[in-house]
Design a protein around this ligand. Structure first.
Ligand code: FAD
Length: 262
């Protein structure tokens, strides 16, 4: 029996309004910056971080700020300096939205402990009635036929309970109020295992994401969340090389950043 890998869907990323940026820059005396940026394409998420950094020092070109006589013009060098100098707050402007599908409630419970820089929407077992119990057996159970059979019996019994609960309360019948359905559905979820698979929508800014990847791929983290954030790390390194290529994947599955705190 093969494990069901969590599916990672990256569904949203920053999109800059370049004409609006151009108008702003013309108004502060930096009319050529957008044109120069267009000649070196980079993901909007990276350009957004750069823009916010340059706002801080008015470093669009030398002399705009009398204190600044030289500016870094190379985009990648600019981002590398942001990471080096720990000016991580500008990374908070770039937000990415993921859907994590077929992850356990064990995983989502750990994920929602990350409070800073995130937004969460999780499929509700108060509203969504369980009939079958989607489940991915952990490796040690999959490898032991006796344990696997016992686990399957347990799950089958739990599924039978969900069906029986709906039958005996009649919540599937016509005319039952939504409130009654919700109350029974919510009560019945107590008889589902914490390993039941679910879906969660997660929006995160780049600063928070760097922290979570490092923490949740580390050897001490739980297997499922490590596997999930290993996928996220690989995806983000391809998506935003300027902000994630200092992460190096290790043989043990962890992703270690050159800049652990930005
Ligand atoms: C291997 C591992 C084992 C764990 N075991 C347990 C356990 O046994 N029991 C348990 O309850 N939890 C456990 N956790 C969860 C852990 O305690 C954190 O709640 C979780 O990892 C969220 O991380 P964070 O605190 O960095 O929060 P995030 O929200 O990701 O915060 C990011 C950073 O922002 C700063 N920050 C955020 N909020 C505040 C604040 N209120 N005040 C000051 N600074 C703040 C901190 O620098 C923080 O590191 C474990 C986590 C891991 C990775």
């Amino acid at each position: 029996m093969e494990p069901r890998l969590p599916k990672v869907h990256l569904i949203s990323r920053p999109a800059l309004d370049w004409p609006a940026i151009d108008r702003y820059l013309a108004s502060v005396g930096a009319p050529n910056w957008v044109q120069a940026a267009a000649e070196h394409p980079a993901p909007d998420g990276q350009r957004l971080v750069e823009l916010m950094g340059r706002i801080c020092y008015r470093s669009w070109s030398p002399g705009l700020n009398p204190n600044v006589s030289r500016v870094r013009t190379d985009h990648d060098a600019y981002l590398a300096n942001i990471l080096d100098s720990g000016h991580g707050s500008v990374l908070e402007h770039a937000n990415y939205t993921f859907i994590f599908q077929d992850v356990s409630r064990v995983l989502t419970h750990e994920l929602v402990r990350h409070r800073a820089g995130v937004a969460v929407s999780q499929e509700s077992l108060r509203y969504v009635r369980l009939e079958d119990i989607p489940f991915d057996h952990p490796e040690y159970v999959r490898q032991n036929p006796e344990l696997l059979e016992a686990a399957q019996r347990l799950l089958a019994e739990m599924e039978r309970f969900q069906v029986l609960s709906a039958e005996l309360t009649g919540i599937g019948e016509d005319g039952v109020s939504f409130h009654a359905k919700k109350a029974i559905t919510s009560a019945a979820r107590r008889y589902a295992p914490e390993g039941v698979l679910t879906t969660i929508g997660w929006t995160v800014n780049v600063r928070a994401l760097r922290h979570v990847i490092a923490l949740r791929t580390a050897p001490g983290a739980e297997d499922e969340i490590r596997a999930l954030f290993g996928q996220v790390a690989a995806l983000m390194r391809a998506e935003l090389p300027g902000l994630f290529s200092d992460f190096t994947p290790q043989e043990d599955g962890s992703w270690i950043p050159a800049h652990p705190k930005v």
